[in-house]
Design a protein around this ligand. Structure first.
Ligand SMILES: Cc1ncc(COP(=O)(O)O)c(C=O)c1O
Length: 406
C-alpha cells in the first residue's frame, strides 16, 4: 500500500547478516525518510546557530525554523504553539510533569491513578512522586488480554484522585485505550489527565481538544523523526500555575542577584539550548506524514499486517499469542508472542540472523509482564513501510527456527 514510499528510507536498502533488512521494531523507534535526514543535514550545513540569543542572520533563521517546528507540531495535534514544550522524549515529558505539576499539586493522602499496562516511563516517575509525597499510587487493573478493567473506575476514582495518567496505546500488547471513559471520571472529580501518546501519535491523528487532556507526551523518534526530541503538550490554563522544570539561560526574562523572572510559556519551560536540529527534523517528519500518509489507510495497512501475522502465528506449533487479538486485527500496529521452550532473546537472535529485527523481553513494562505471567515476549511492531511479503518471510523464518531449535 505504501510500498512505493520505501525508497524514501535509505536504511531499508541495508542488509543484515547478508539478508535484506526486515524492520519490525517500530514501536521502539522508526526509520527516517530522506526528507527528515535532509532537514537535519541542511540545518547543520546551512543555518546552524543557537536560538533566541543573538541578532545575526543565522540565529534569526535558526530561531525561526525552531519556532516554525513548534507551530507544525502544535497544529498537528490541535494545540496552540505556546502549549508545546520540546523535551528529549516521552520519558522526559512525563518526568517534567511529575517534577513540576506533581511536586506542586500532589500532597499527602492524594491519589495518582495509572494502569497496570504502563511503560516504565509512565510508572516510575509517579511511584517516586507518591513515595516522596506520601501519596497513593493506584492502578486500573488489566484483563488477561491486557485490556483495561474500566468498570473498576467507579471504585478507583475518588475525590482524592488528583491525576490520571495512562497510555493511549500499549507498547507491549498493542491495546488501544478508551480515553473517553477515563476522561469522564477525571472531570467528575477534577483530576488532571495525562496521556502518554508515545504509541498512538505515530499511528493516528491526535486532537488535544477532543481528548481534553491537561498533558500529552510523545517522542519524535517513534514517528519518523530524530532521536532526542519529545513533545509535552501543556494545556494553556495550567501555564501560570506551573513552576519551571529547569532553571538557567533561555527561560529567564530578567535575572538579579537574588531573584529572577521567567519568560512566558513555552519558553519558561525550556531552559538551556534546546534540541534545535531535532525539532526541525520532527517537523519534517510530521510534514512527510501529512503529505504522504492518510491516517485511515495507515491504520488499515497496519491492521492487515497484524491480522496476517496473527493468522500465521496461530498456525505454528508452540506459539502463544498475547493481547486482544480481535482488537489488533482491526486497529493494531504490533503483536507480541512467546514460543514454548525457547527464550524470547534466543528467538530474536535467530531472527536477526535472518535479517529480521524484533524486540524481545519485558518491553519496559515489568509489572504487566508479571501480572500476565509473561516471562519474556517477542514483539513485532509495524509502520507504514512494512509489507505483507515481509510478514510472510518472517513467518517462514520463524517456522524454520522453531523446527530447528524449538
Ligand atoms: C508507551 C510508551 N511510553 C513511553 C515510552 C518512552 O519513550 P522514550 O524512550 O522515547 O522517552 C515508550 C517507549 O517505548 C512507550 O512505548
Amino acid at each position: 500500500m505504501f510500498e512505493s514510499m520505501r525508497k524514501d528510507f535509505p536504511i531499508l536498502h541495508e542488509q543484515i547478516h547478508g539478508k535484506p533488512l526486515i524492520y519490525f521494531d517500530n514501536a521502539a523507534t522508526t526509520q527516517k525518510p530522506e526528507s527528515v535526514l535532509d532537514a537535519v543535514h541542511t540545518f547543520y550545513t546551512r543555518y546552524n546557530a543557537n536560538i533566541h540569543r543573538g541578532v545575526h542572520l543565522f540565529t534569526e533563521r535558526a530561531t525561526q525554523l525552531y519556532e516554525q517546528a513548534r507551530a507544525t507540531v502544535a497544529a498537528s495535534i490541535g494545540a496552540d504553539a505556546k502549549e508545546i514544550v520540546f523535551t528529549k522524549g516521552t520519558t522526559e515529558s512525563i518526568n517534567f510533569v511529575a517534577s513540576t505539576w506533581g511536586k506542586q499539586y500532589i500532597h499527602a493522602g492524594d491519589e495518582i491513578l495509572i494502569t497496570e499496562l504502563e511503560h516504565h516511563a509512565n510508572l516510575v516517575p509517579w511511584q517516586q512522586l507518591a513515595r516522596e509525597k506520601n501519596a497513593f499510587l493506584r492502578y486500573i487493573p488489566v484483563n488477561s488480554d491486557g485490556t483495561l478493567q474500566l468498570d473498576r473506575l467507579a471504585d478507583l476514582v475518588t475525590p482524592n484522585t488528583k491525576l490520571i495518567a495512562l497510555s493511549h496505546s500499549s507498547n507491549t500488547l498493542g491495546v488501544h485505550n478508551d480515553m473517553k471513559a477515563v476522561h469522564a471520571y477525571a472531570k467528575q472529580v477534577g483530576a488532571a489527565l495525562l496521556v502518554d501518546a508515545a504509541q498512538s501519535a505515530p499511528h493516528q491523528r491526535l486532537d488535544v481538544r477532543a481528548l481534553d487532556c491537561d498533558f500529552l507526551a510523545f517522542s519524535g523518534h517513534k514517528m519518523l523523526g530524530p532521536t532526542g526530541i519529545g513533545v509535552l503538550y501543556i494545556k494553556h490554563t495550567l501555564h501560570e500555575r506551573l513552576e519551571p522544570y529547569q532553571y538557567g539561560g533561555g527561560m529567564v526574562f530578567e535575572v538579579d542577584l537574588y531573584r529572577s523572572q521567567w519568560r512566558k510559556a513555552p519558553h519558561a519551560f525550556e531552559a538551556g539550548t534546546p534540541p534545535i536540529a531535532q525539532a526541525i527534523g520532527l517537523a519534517a517528519a510530521i510534514e512527510y506524514l501529512q503529505e504522504h500518509v492518510d491516517v485511515q489507510t495507515l491504520q488499515s495497512h497496519e491492521a492487515a499486517l497484524c491480522a496476517r501475522i496473527i493468522d500465521g502465528l496461530k498456525m505454528l506449533k508452540k506459539v502463544q499469542l498475547f493481547g486482544p487479538l480481535e482488537q489488533l486485527r482491526s486497529q493494531g500496529h504490533l503483536v507480541s508472542f512467546a514460543i514454548d521452550g525457547m527464550h524470547a532473546h534466543d528467538v530474536a537472535t535467530y531472527l536477526s540472523y535472518q535479517g529480521i529485527c524484533v524486540r524481545a523481553g519485558h518491553q519496559c513494562a515489568q509489572p504487566l509482564a508479571r501480572k500476565l505471567g509473561i516471562q519474556a515476549a517477542v514483539r513485532a511492531s509495524f509502520y507504514l513501510y512494512n509489507t505483507l511479503a515481509e510478514v510472510d518471510l518472517f513467518l517462514e523464518s520463524l517456522e524454520h527456527i522453531i523446527k530447528t531449535y524449538g
